[in-house]
Design a protein around this ligand. Structure first.
Ligand SMILES: Nc1ncnc2c1ncn2[C@@H]1O[C@H](COP(=O)(O)OP(=O)(O)OP(=O)(O)O)[C@@H](O)[C@H]1O
Ligand SMILES: Nc1ncnc2c1ncn2[C@@H]1O[C@H](COP(=O)(O)OP(=O)(O)OP(=O)(O)O)[C@@H](O)[C@H]1O
Ligand SMILES: [Mg+2]
Ligand SMILES: [Mg+2]
Lengths: 255, 255
């Protein structure tokens, strides 16, 4: 069975997508096979690997409406070992019609937790909204990674995220493990240092060791539609996302 | 009638909330009375003026369910001339139940476009999701300000935003005017300079003259729960948001 990682945070712009694509590629480089799933109507994860969003009939939307199978919507990214299920143009509509179905929260869990997926790891990129798509991702996941900026609004979003984790553990996924990932960190910034210390004091080993610092190379790699380890292999962020993949592999291997 | 400005963008973390609170305070300093409306379940705008989110019965949620009036949920911020309608804890639920009502898109427009509001300007802060709340804000607004980072994912979000603007103009609000606001701009960054030039070439005077540059004082003011012009009155971002308020007043005065 694949190890499933959801990457989610209600706070916008904290590097959810950047983490999904960068970690995915770094895990492939470490010898894993990885499936990316783009659950965000913005389709940024699809763009990050140079793929356009797809029509509804060729997407997860058709699977939600029981007219297709998830496996047939898997697409190659051009990087061997890294596949993707791209976002659909109208993925936002799922927020409205999914909740009408009873048991909608575990739709993705039932689709992904089957032995037919040959990938070692599945990464789910979520939108900055705690609706049906993010709920599905948390109900399906073995681990939730919450990218977090060491800034006030981002840190305050954690309270809501912890509430959602409790609810998902109670109702659908008791084993869900969470970890915070500090992103876009600027070690020269006093607020970043202070809030990072507070997070480590509050969450202990709930905060991943690896910290991703600010690196403009990540902006360049997004434009190029290439993961950072291929676009700028020796950049600081490429090294840090490689370190993150090693840290995550210690969890994957435990299962 | 108050002049209504929606601040929206599907892209997360582009400074929608920071713009709402900073522009609101700067307009008050320029002699206007301003009502802020927090339409984001994250309740960041409420926090930015030091106010906790409110229970559903004391919020816009009760108005959406026809059991209250918007005026009674208005709260003072402690800054004379600046009032707020705070976010409710369960504002996210509105994304699910609002669309069930026919004509739900113009609920806010009908509530705000009445002569009883004594404020000169009303600012609507939106969540990073193009659902019922953002649709309501665009249908109600005289002007839409789209904070935009000069980065790839943020610029690509504009295509979707333009599609939504066309739809809202056709169906609910033909007069809706839009303007892009460059935020978190770093003039030393080559990508920022290049993408900013491309935006001005594509959108012409659809891009506001004022540019808000990166300024860590804005992070500090968020922690203090004070708008930037009160927290750091002589900072670069305070000056830039004052310049923005002057630019916006040229539109307000035209109506
Ligand atoms: N470490 C970093 N250094 C510099 N820029 C970064 C870094 N990580 C991400 N970025 C940039 O910051 C912006 C926000 O990142 P990203 O879009 O991945 O966040 P997100 O959480 O997925 O946003 P959304 O909430 O809209 O889905 C992007 O323009 C991205 O290129
Ligand atoms: N000009 C700036 N310079 C530095 N930091 C900034 C600037 N503007 C905003 N910020 C910081 O960037 C982060 C994102 O800003 P903000 O939360 O206002 O964006 P948003 O678009 O409202 O996000 P969301 O999509 O989650 O609603 C915040 O931590 C804020 O303090
Ligand atoms: Mg994203
Ligand atoms: Mg906001």
């Amino acid at each position: 069975m694949a190890y499933i990682i959801a990457i989610a945070n209600e706070k916008g712009g904290v590097a959810k997508t950047t983490t999904a694509v960068s970690l995915g590629a770094a895990l492939v480089e470490a010898g894993q096979t990885v499936l990316l799933v783009d659950l965000d109507p913005q389709a940024n994860l699809s763009m990050a690997v140079g793929i356009e969003p797809v029509p509804s009939s060729k997407s997860i939307m058709s699977v939600f409406q029981d007219t297709g199978s998830l496996r047939e919507h898997q697409v190659e990214t051009g990087i061997p070992g890294l596949d993707i299920i791209p976002a659909a143009f109208d993925l936002g509509m799922a927020e409205r019609f999914l909740p009408i179905r009873s048991g909608y929260e575990t739709l993705l869990r039932r689709l992904l937790r089957t032995p037919d997926w040959k990938h070692d790891t599945i990464l789910l990129d979520c939108p900055p909204f705690l609706g049906a798509l993010t709920t599905n991702a948390l109900a399906a996941a073995d681990m939730l990674i919450m990218p977090t900026q060491a800034e006030y609004f981002s840190v305050s979003a954690l309270r809501t995220m912890m509430g959602l984790i409790r609810k998902i553990r109670n109702e659908h996924n008791p084993q869900l493990l969470y970890r915070l990932l500090l992103t876009m960190y600027d070690r020269r910034n006093r607020i970043h240092r202070t809030l990072a210390e507070q997070l480590r004091a509050t969450f202990g080993n709930g905060v991943l060791e690896t910290v991703i610092e600010v690196d403009t190379r990540l902006r360049e790699s997004a434009i190029a539609g290439l993961p950072i380890i291929y676009h700028s292999p020796h950049s600081r962020s490429a090294l840090q996302y490689r370190a993150l993949s090693q840290e995550i592999l210690t969890y994957v291997k435990e299962t």
